[in-house]
Design a protein around this ligand. Structure first.
Ligand SMILES: [Zn+2]
Length: 493
């Protein structure tokens, strides 16, 4: 999902205040008075007793709770945190910007934004902000309970004999997994379907993890791909905490390969003959690991960006199209000082534009389709994200295909409704995004990003029981998109 730049000064601000700072008491008017809001900030920041023991023993530390969790090798806790959906329909752009500036100033964690509303995670110490916000609904009353639930939904241990890939019923798709298990499943896919699935690494992260890609296609009787130039790239996991996206990407590829190999006359087989599908299931493996081990709400990567305490940049703000440098390394949406400062965005962009490995020739064909999987919101979006004033020349085609994708997703088994449209419209404007780069610089016409389930009930903590229905939706949507492209675009390399 999108997020604006939020300087992360929570601890510093909270502890810079005198102990006599008075809390806001009781509910106030639910109207927006932005200037009053700014003036109220000191009163809104109420230090919690016993919550300020930073690893450095200093009350003016800028160490964030999630960084602290990492240093102490513990899970960050979210006791008493709620998620509110703030209704901002009817407010103008200026008023929305004022709300965002207010939230930014206290490092509120923004979960989702749309033209109608904004979802924010509110720690108890900031509950007083209710007095200056427009009307809101409590969407998640107990964040920690959901965190506990998804941590229980993680299965780390590989079964005896490795993961079973011969059926979509494999228990792999019934649980979340750390990145090692995801990669082990890829190894099993490659071993199970050696003529169809390849794997390779497109780069290495700051913590030394490989950024793995899987590639699948069927070959014709003479052993060659029919249309090698038609490459369809799916990436997931730019944002660490959006766990269902990597799960759905794995489910999609597994399902496609199973269906295609079970029946050479199937639609899946035709797609895998026409297209090469490349899946990067976890673009941000360091952040993904961190969201498992320390902070379930972690969003960025984990590289050193020059900050004293805070690591990481927001990969989906770091792509080199309409890039805007970030201001504060501690922000959850810190874009970095330069485009492609992120090792992961740099590696992925290099792959998308040039092909990947140094010992292979540069690609002689551009990527035909690109889909970037996120959660949550149930949206299927085309460029641009950075501005609604910039309308892509292919908007009509992108919209038509996108509507078909959304319909296919809804018609999947237990499918849910998805909205289609321009990204800036559906999620508020945001710069440096992957889909804008791939469309604007990579010259890939079919560039989309998807926000998968749900619409806010569980948010990032989607129960593992919903991985399969979400995977079925992605499956139906991406197959539809590939078919649409094949039928309409085949003669326009
Ligand atoms: Zn995201």
């Amino acid at each position: 999902m999108l997020q604006r730049s939020l300087p992360l000064l929570t601890f510093a601000l909270a502890w810079a205040l005198p102990a006599t700072a008075s809390p806001i008491a009781g509910p106030g008017p639910n109207s927006l008075h932005a200037q009053a809001a700014f003036n109220s900030i000191p009163q809104l920041l109420r230090p919690e007793p016993h919550s300020g023991h930073s690893a450095h023993g200093s009350h003016d530390s800028t160490l964030t709770p999630s960084e602290l969790a990492g240093l102490l090798s513990i899970h960050e806790r979210y006791d008493g945190h709620e998620v509110w959906r703030v209704d901002w329909r009817g407010l103008g752009e200026t008023a929305k910007d004022e709300i965002l500036a207010l939230l930014e100033s206290i490092n509120m964690d923004i979960w989702h934004m749309s033209a109608a509303s904004i979802d924010i995670r509110v720690p108890p110490k900031f509950a007083g902000i209710r007095t200056v916000l427009p009307s809101f609904t409590t969407y998640v009353p107990d964040v920690q309970a959901l965190v506990d639930m998804t941590l229980r939904d993680v299965v780390d241990d590989e079964p005896e004999g490795g993961w079973n890939v011969s059926s979509i019923d494999t228990p792999f798709h019934d649980a979340y997994h750390k990145v090692e298990a995801v990669y082990a499943f890829g190894d099993a896919l490659k071993a199970g379907f050696p003529d169809v699935v390849e794997e390779f690494d497109i780069g290495t992260t700051a913590e030394g993890r490989p950024i793995r890609a899987w590639r699948a296609h069927l070959k014709t009787s003479d052993g060659e791909p029919e249309h090698e130039e038609l490459e369809f790239v799916i990436q997931a996991g730019q944002h660490a905490r959006e766990w269902v996206a990597p799960s759905a990407a794995v489910y999609f590829l597994h399902s496609l390969v199973l269906d295609a190999t079970a029946d050479p006359n199937s639609h899946a087989a035709a797609l895998l003959r026409h297209f090469t599908f490349t899946v990067v299931p976890v673009l941000n493996p360091d952040g993904f690991e961190y969201s498992h081990a320390h902070s379930r709400m972690w969003r960025k990567n984990r590289q050193d960006v020059g900050g004293l305490f805070c690591k990481g940049l927001d990969l989906n703000s770091n792509w080199g199209y309409k890039f805007k440098a970030g201001r504060t390394a501690c922000s959850d949406s810190y874009a970095g000082r330069a485009a492609f400062e992120g090792l992961e965005t740099k590696a992925m962009a290099y792959y998308l534009i040039n092909g990947t490995l140094t010992d292979t020739p540069p690609r002689d064909h551009k990527v035909r389709a690109f889909v970037d999987l996120h959660s949550y919101g149930q949206l299927f979006m085309f460029p641009y994200a950075y501005s609604c004033a910039d309308f892509p020349a292919d908007a009509e085609n992108l919209m038509e295909a996108g509507l078909g994708v959304a319909k296919a997703m809804r018609q999947a088994q237990n499918g849910e409704g998805y909205q289609t449209g321009q990204a800036c419209d559906l999620t508020f404007r945001s710069t440096g995004e992957a889909i804008d780069y791939v469309y604007g610089e990579g010259d890939t016409r079919w560039s989309y990003s998807a926000e998968l389930r749900d619409t806010g009930t569980y948010g990032f903590m989607l129960p593992a029981s919903l991985i399969r229905p979400t995977g079925d939706e992605v499956n139906a949507g991406l197959r539809y998109l590939a078919q649409f492209i094949y039928e309409t675009d085949i003669d326009k390399p």
